[in-house]
Design a protein around this ligand. Structure first.
Ligand code: AMP
Length: 126
């Protein structure tokens, strides 16, 4: 059972209650700059639909939403010029979920990170 919190910060952004620096808006997705960037390019792509995380979205979203979100992420890679197709040097996509994923905001989002060498994917476990 996926329990969506309507008061999370990204729900507030979607309702226009909190400002954002929009990079891209489509029918079902919104992309904006991360408020605390971890790399020269750090954009968050979120669904307009109320999904807690990726598995919630994949299990219950419409095909139209899934296509829109997938294409929006790719378009952000090109718009931020991290795509090698645009002369960039590559990027990393991250979608954190739950406590183990250290998810801070319980609304599905994909981080698009690039503009520097990002290091290995995970820290070593203790
Ligand atoms: P996560 O740990 O994957 O849930 O990451 C949530 C991300 O949201 C973090 O990178 C935060 O810096 C970012 N964030 C939190 N509040 C805002 C906001 N108002 N506008 C833009 N990004 C935000």
């Amino acid at each position: 059972m996926y329990d969506y919190d309507e008061q999370n910060v990204f729900a507030k952004i979607l309702r226009g209650e909190i400002p954002n620096k929009t990079v891209l808006e489509t029918e079902h997705s919104l992309a904006f700059e991360d408020i605390a960037p971890q790399a020269p390019a750090h954009v968050l792509v979120i669904t307009k639909g109320s999904y807690v995380n990726y598995d919630h979205f994949a299990a219950t979203a419409s095909d139209a939403e899934i296509v829109d979100f997938t294409r929006a992420i790719g378009e952000v890679c090109r718009k931020t010029a991290v795509s090698e197709e645009q002369g960039g040097s590559g990027y990393r996509l991250i979608s954190n979920a739950g406590p183990a994923g250290v998810q801070e905001v319980p609304h599905l989002h994909v981080h698009v990170l690039g503009g520097r060498v990002l290091g290995r994917i995970l820290e070593k476990a203790d």
